[in-house]
Design a protein around this ligand. Structure first.
Ligand SMILES: *Cc1c(COP(=O)(O)O)cnc(C)c1O
Length: 386
């Protein structure tokens, strides 16, 4: 089976993890800051904080922006559940903005409509909006940022899919149009630390808060202490934090992988470009790229034109798997998940997301994928759809 995504771990990656295992520090040593520096350099931001998952990063990003009970956070239905759950962790409510029909990202136009409607009807405006760069393609951040200025919400970019990509020629994660950006380093993503996430920001205040929340709310920073130090052992808990730390082994793996970021993204783009050409004549829609986007190409999602095909979405999906093509689907609209239906959401609320879900299939795309594997995916698709 050709998988839809797959990590690539080299001997150099393994050697750097093994050397950490033989060192003095398995956690809280020099590797995490080195990995954070690699991210900072790659995305050109002021601060980067590594944690044990992107989910943790989203959680503390919401907390750092003071999301709490009575607040509302808006995101897209076409995302992994974590982009919405993070607001619920803070006691806030979640609502959704439907997607753009071409990029499948949160639609700035529908965001504006929903904001206007909320304002006119005295409904709650969002405290934070979380746009998700689906498949690695950046959202239209200039428009979302302008709306943030107008309506007074903060922005967390969920860039879990998007390390190595660019928006208007500048690296995603530089936070030019957001308060905080979050990356994931789960093995299916572009770069991996096994489990892991990073939050980037240009705000020292937000960074200090994120750092406290990562580690129990405890600090040794002299300027943050409420009382005078009792001695060299002294620390204070000044906030309620968590243990969301990344280990040294994970950070070493990540730093070693980051050396190949450029190759990862270049090869993914090369493969995606080949798909674009080879799939052009099939009854499917290939992913459209916005002019401002240079995507990291985490995923390659095709949309079936079901009215031109004699098979159902499910049948095409199953036939692909039966024929050795390890497809997947990203994502089931979050508001239709039973847990979210329990919160009052229902099918029909976000029709563009729901219609995307009726036809979407993620086909294999990963750095080590060979041209022969790509040809096999293409010919299998052709056979099934013709
Ligand atoms: C993978 C993913 C997450 C969660 O990442 P973890 O590191 O597994 O916690 C969040 N949002 C999106 C869009 C993702 O794809």
């Amino acid at each position: 089976m050709i998988p839809y995504g797959k990590q690539e771990v080299t001997q150099q990656d393994i050697d750097s993890v093994v050397s950490v295992l033989k060192s003095d520090f398995l956690t809280q040593g020099p590797q995490v800051p080195l990995f954070e520096n690699a991210i900072k350099t790659a995305v050109n931001c002021e601060y980067a904080l590594a944690v044990n998952s992107a989910t943790s990063a989203l959680h503390i990003a919401c907390l750092a922006l003071d999301v709490g009970k009575g607040d509302v956070v808006w995101t897209t239905p076409i995302t992994f559940v974590a982009s919405a759950n993070c607001a619920l962790y803070c006691g806030a409510d979640v609502d959704f903005v439907d997607i753009d029909a071409e990029t499948y990202n949160l639609s700035p136009k529908l965001l504006e409509q929903k904001l206007k409607h909320a304002k006119q009807n005295n409904l709650a405006l969002p405290k934070v909006v979380i746009p998700v760069h689906l498949c690695g393609q950046p959202c239209e951040m200039d428009k979302i940022y302008a709306l943030g200025q107008e309506y007074g919400f903060a922005i967390i970019e969920d860039a879990s899919h998007a390390i190595g990509g660019k928006y208007k020629g500048k690296p995603i994660g530089n936070c030019e149009y957001s308060d905080i950006t979050v990356f994931s380093f789960h093995p299916v993503k572009i770069v991996t630390t096994a489990e892991g996430g990073v939050a980037t920001t240009n705000s020292q205040k937000l960074f200090q808060k994120l750092e406290l929340l990562r580690s129990h709310g405890i600090t040794r920073e002299p300027e943050l202490l409420k009382n005078e130090s009792h001695g060299g052992w002294y620390y204070e808990q000044i906030d309620l934090g968590f243990n969301y730390r990344m280990t040294e082994m994970q950070a070493a793996l990540g730093a070693s992988q980051m050396l190949r970021l450029h190759d990862f993204v270049a090869r993914r783009n090369e493969l995606a470009d080949k798909y674009d050409v080879l799939l052009a004549d099939l009854p499917i829609i290939v992913p459209k790229q916005h002019v401002d986007s240079y995507s990291g190409r985490h995923l390659y999602v095709i949309l079936l034109e079901l009215e031109k095909i004699n098979l159902s979405h499910k049948e095409v999906f199953e036939k692909l798997r039966e024929n050795g093509v390890g497809v997947n689907l990203h994502y089931i609209p979050v508001h239709t998940q039973p847990y979210y239906e329990g919160l009052g959401f229902s099918k029909g609320q976000f029709p563009l997301s729901e219609s995307y879900y009726q036809g979407a299939i993620s086909i294999p795309l990963f750095h080590a994928m060979t041209d022969a594997q790509l040809s096999e995916v293409v010919s299998t698709l052709k056979n099934i759809l013709s």
